[in-house]
Design a protein around this ligand. Structure first.
Ligand code: PXP
Length: 252
């Protein structure tokens, strides 16, 4: 099975928001990624509206539906609504994305930097996951490699986990990928044994993706934003998405 690529377009919104107005256009960029063969689009709306806005999420839901592509909405299910942000569950209930990836992030975080602690968050997650399933969404939970309670994700009703690959990317950059890969592989194995499918994301790039896929076979989907959009500044979105698809085809 070839791992699927979901392109995270948050960074396009960051660029647009830096100037106000509509350019660069998030929907046009997402369309270019899908036309280039990406399997899906990911967004991570945050209550502080620092990148993707709720209106973008609605427009991207229409785009992905037109393309028959997967739409993955990430976010913190516990963050309350705020002006301009309806809250993750209301947004997902309204739009019915293919997948919702729940992430325990906060306003103060530059980006997602840890997964769920099921001992602390499990009880609160249970009814929210049930609500998302009623809305027809596949549910994935963001987890760290080595999460000691990984099987709990299945008990809570989740379909998948998303392995947080930030520490792996940092280790890879330091020439020490082996520091992280065995823990990721073991966490993926335990998740599969519990009936969960495995996604992955954060700081994956054309440099570190192949080694990750070789060490953790059977990953269903990677969501990639920061590196891909940065690389596309040099090569263009179409060529860059093509490069990722070739890596996935060769190592999935
Ligand atoms: N997965 C999650 C849960 C994220 O929050 C992000 C960043 O929004 C990503 C994956 C993608 O990370 P990156 O932008 O580093 O590719």
């Amino acid at each position: 099975m070839t791992c699927r690529l979901s392109v995270n377009v948050n960074k396009i919104a960051v660029l647009r928001n830096s100037r106000g107005g509509q350019d660069p256009d998030v929907v046009a960029a997402a369309a270019a990624c899908l036309d280039a063969g990406a399997h899906g689009i990911t967004v991570h709306p945050r209550p502080d509206r620092r990148h993707i806005h709720a209106e973008d999420v609605r427009a991207l839901a229409r785009l992905t539906a037109q393309h028959g592509a997967e739409f993955n909405i990430e976010g913190n299910p516990f963050a309350p609504p705020r002006a301009g942000y309806p809250g993750l569950l209301p947004l997902c209930s309204e739009l019915g994305p293919t997948q919702v990836t729940l992430v325990p992030d906060g306003d103060g975080q530059l980006t997602s930097d840890h997964g769920f602690d099921f001992g602390r968050d499990g009880e609160r997650l249970l009814p929210l996951i049930a609500e998302l399933k009623v809305a027809g969404c596949r549910v994935s939970l963001f987890v760290d490699a080595g999460n000691p309670l990984i099987e709990r994700a299945a008990d809570l009703g989740a379909d998948r986990i998303e392995l947080y690959t930030g520490p792996y990317a940092a280790a890879f950059a330091a020439g020490q990928a082996q520091r992280e890969l065995p823990r990721l592989a073991e966490t993926a194995r335990r998740a599969r044994d519990a009936g969960l499918a495995v996604n992955a994301g954060h700081d994956l790039s054309q440099l570190n993706l192949a080694a990750f896929l070789d060490a953790i076979p059977g990953v269903q989907e990677v969501s990639i934003g920061h590196a891909l959009i940065g690389e596309a500044l040099y090569a263009g979105l179409t060529a860059t998405v093509g490069s990722y698809l070739r890596i996935l085809a060769a190592h999935g």
